[in-house]
Design a binder for this molecule. Structure first.
Ligand code: MOS
Length: 742
């Protein structure tokens, strides 16, 4: 029975959130809590020669100043610092030794009775360094870029460029129409609203409860056990709510290590809250230079592509994703080659940021497609339809589903695309130039192994638990919806427990894979509950279900009922009373079906309108339509919010966001949200989200994720609209007014 799945349901945690009852990592209080503040390096590379902690230690209320010289023991092998999603390399170890690997690296931690004392005392710590020459510019170092190394781990193997097809060089040389250009996406930072924080509760005997801001409590749990040599049962990591992660909380972050270090050193509960500027050292979307060459044949369709990406990483880890191959999932062409090289800089290791690789790669690809359409004198949408591929070109296999044509059709219709006049600068509204642009989006539809426990009580309530996080996306809500339907109970009878490392296994919440994984996980466990209820129901005198097989019954309206004869039913309460059980508990692991014969992706079509002030070059994105095909939508309200948020972020990527570095200092110059620009209310106008019907049988519930697809392609749609408005092609993000004037 599906009463809740597919309906627009308000967040079950909404009231807790708006009333402040929902607690975040820095909001858990215990008596005698100490507060810690970081001292961070002011050089990008070198070695600490001396740390003078005298002035800080003399402040009343300061409990300790921890540095690499006096910290408690930590593991000395790389393996201990590797987390579930660590790239190849040697992970950064907070306060481990005197080496400085990046500007803003924690070099000391001041622990005090209050946060104010800690912060003041931290400002008094004097650190002397021996500097070494550093490099922080992708353009400065691009000649040193190395092809990505053969992957050391199986996960990393997913992130190598696809193999070449056909004879790309010959095809490009012979192309009737060729477009070749270089595109740039700068470093961008996640800037979630909630500050990174860890509150470590120190219990007698040294057991720790760590309230941490993270996208993966079990990832942090295993990591902390490794780094501090603690037994798993002595550490519990909790993250019941998270005020945005977007990838920045996939790996354990340094505030958790520092808080645990301090708690162990002082044998006392400790909280560390990072400041906004300190969060700029946690990770970022890597800067990316892409060259794309497209060749079209005389018939006006795509024949060849060469896609070459250069991205940045740190000196100590090789972070990269599969940036170059997205074209092969969208368009049909016989000849292709891909290359990916890495530049190592004296910066922290980059990390995943919403739709990692796809968001920047599709800015380049979809800008290039727009440029090819101009060169071919085709409508941009028409070109995409001509090149449409019904197969994954890399592995020559079909899709489990791909309703992208329908995204194009419904998106174009809702936008009014047919009224577009092709010439740049041909549409106006008073002193504003109007531009209409479009782009395609694509993301992966992934499912991961997950374990779900359900405890059903005779009063018709169920508790559903899993260690997954809800990073703000609505996981509590969709879990409750699915459980209510699968157990045939009212939504309000379901309680959800998540974000606790002691709960059944879940990987990090990322990759848009949790909704599909946990929903199907709930379905599996609910089936086991149903089977047990049927066993009990058969024992009811004259049971109407005496001969029913498990697959013939379903749970609906608090009853177990025959599918074929719904009047044959036994209430959950009666079945449990009969069996004299007041609680049924099941815990099951659900693994994704192995299906390598088909490609699994979510798709979108984005249409954007910009108005550009002709004299001032000010760009406003006045309308966006995003049509998304992502399988069955569990909750149009929360899913719609995900896409809306992705579109807003895409506007930021297009027009505002850029982390700037002073390369002489190797330091980020706008490490704050006053100077790191993001779209604000006045930048966001009319956004329409369409979910296109799509049936997919890759998993029993037919779900794909929607966390990341929303941002993909948006920046290109906006930049293409700016070109249509002004005739100026901006290939380096963000599209700021100085690039449009002159
Ligand atoms: Mo997402 S970048 O995997 O949190």
């Amino acid at each position: 029975m599906q009463k809740y799945i597919g309906t627009a349901t308000s967040r079950v945690d909404g009231i807790a959130k708006v009333t402040g009852a929902a607690k975040y990592a820095a909001e858990f209080n215990v008596p005698n809590l100490a507060h810690a503040s970081l001292v961070c390096s002011t050089i990008a590379k070198g070695r600490i020669t001396r740390i003078d902690t005298g002035a800080a230690t003399n402040i009343k209320g300061v409990l300790a100043v921890l540095t690499h010289e006096n910290r408690p023991p930590m593991a000395d092998k790389d393996q201990a610092y590797k987390d579930d999603v660590a790239p190849d390399g040697s992970p950064y170890r907070p306060l481990y030794d005197g080496k400085v690997l990046f500007d803003g690296q924690p070099v000391a931690l001041v622990v005090a009775e209050t946060a104010e004392i800690a912060r003041h005392a931290a400002s008094l710590v004097r650190v002397e360094y021996e500097k070494e020459p550093h490099v922080t510019s992708i353009y400065g170092e691009r000649d040193t870029a190395d092809p990505i190394k053969p992957p050391a781990s199986p996960t990393e193997a997913l992130f190598v460029p696809p193999k070449a097809r056909g004879t790309p060089d010959r095809a490009l040389a012979a192309a009737a129409v060729r477009h070749e250009a270089e595109y740039y996406v700068p470093i961008e930072h996640h800037n979630p609203m909630e500050l990174y924080a860890s509150t470590v509760i120190y219990e007698a005997g040294g057991k720790l409860t760590v309230y941490d801001k993270t996208q993966g409590v079990q990832n942090v749990h295993a990591y902390l056990c490794g780094v501090f040599g603690m037994r798993p049962e002595d550490v519990r990591v909790m993250s019941p709510y998270m005020g945005g992660g977007f990838g920045s909380g996939l790996r354990p972050q340094f505030q958790a290590v520092l808080a645990v270090l301090a708690a162990r050193a002082l044998q006392r509960s400790v909280r560390v809250v990072l400041t906004r500027p300190q969060m700029y050292a946690l990770g970022y979307r890597p800067a990316m230079i892409q060259s794309i060459a497209l060749g079209a044949n005389s018939g006006g369709t795509l024949d060849a592509i060469a896609h070459d990406a250069v991205t940045i990483t740190s000196q100590y880890e090789q972070f990269h994703r599969q940036e170059t191959g997205w074209s092969g999932l969208l368009y049909k062409y016989a000849n292709a080659k891909y290359a990916h090289r890495l530049v190592q800089l004296d910066l922290p290791t980059p990390c995943d940021m919403r739709a990692p690789s796809a968001a920047p790669a599709l800015f380049a690809l979809e800008s290039a497609m727009d440029e090819l359409a101009v060169a071919l004198k085709h409508d941009p949408l028409e070109l995409r339809l001509r090149c449409y591929s019904d197969r994954d070109q890399h592995d020559d296999r079909p899709y489990s589903s791909k309703a992208l044509r329908e995204c194009y059709r419904q998106g174009a219709e809702a936008f009014g695309w047919t009224k577009r006049t092709p010439e740049p600068r041909s549409m106006r509204d008073g002193s504003d130039l109007i531009g209409w642009g479009m782009a395609t989006g694509v993301w992966e539809a992934l499912q991961v192994p997950i374990t779900v426990r359900i405890a059903l009580t005779a009063n018709g309530h169920a508790e559903v638990s899993c260690a997954t996080s809800d990073i703000g996306t609505g996981t509590y809500t969709i879990m409750a919806q699915v459980a209510a339907d699968m157990l045939g109970l009212p939504l309000e009878n379901i309680s959800i427990k998540l974000g606790d490392s002691s709960l059944p296994q879940s990987p990090v919440e990322g990759g848009s894979w949790i909704a599909v994984s946990v929903a199907n996980g709930i379905a599996t466990t609910a089936q086991a509950i149903r089977d047990e209820l049927l066993h009990l129901a058969k024992q009811v005198p004259n049971s109407p279900l005496a001969h029913a097989a498990p697959e013939d019954v379903l749970l609906a309206d608090s009853k177990l009922a025959s599918r074929s004869t719904p009047s044959h039913a036994v209430s959950i309460a009666d079945a449990m009373r009969r069996g004299a059980v007041d609680r049924i508990e099941r815990e099951m692991t659900t693994n994704p079906a192995e299906d390598h014969t088909r490609a699994h992706n979510a798709h979108s079509a984005i249409f954007a309108e910009v108005k550009v002030d002709e004299q001032l070059g000010v760009v406003r994105v006045t309308r966006v339509v995003s049509a998304v095909a992502a399988g069955r939508i569990l909750n149009p309200k929360t899913a719609g919010s995900q896409i809306l948020g992705g579109v807003v972020w895409g506007i930021g990527m297009a027009l505002h966001e850029e982390t700037t570095i002073d390369h002489r200092l190797g330091r980020i110059m706008n490490a704050n949200i006053a100077e790191y620009h993001v779209p604000v209310h006045a930048d966001v106008h009319d956004i329409k989200v369409i979910f296109v019907d799509e049936t997919d049988d890759s998993n029993p519930l037919g779900i794909k994720g929607v966390g990341e697809i929303g941002i993909v392609g948006v920046a290109a749609a906006v930049a293409n609209a700016v070109y249509h408005a002004t005739g100026k092609r901006v290939r380096d993000l963000p599209v700021t007014l100085d690039k449009l004037l002159g």
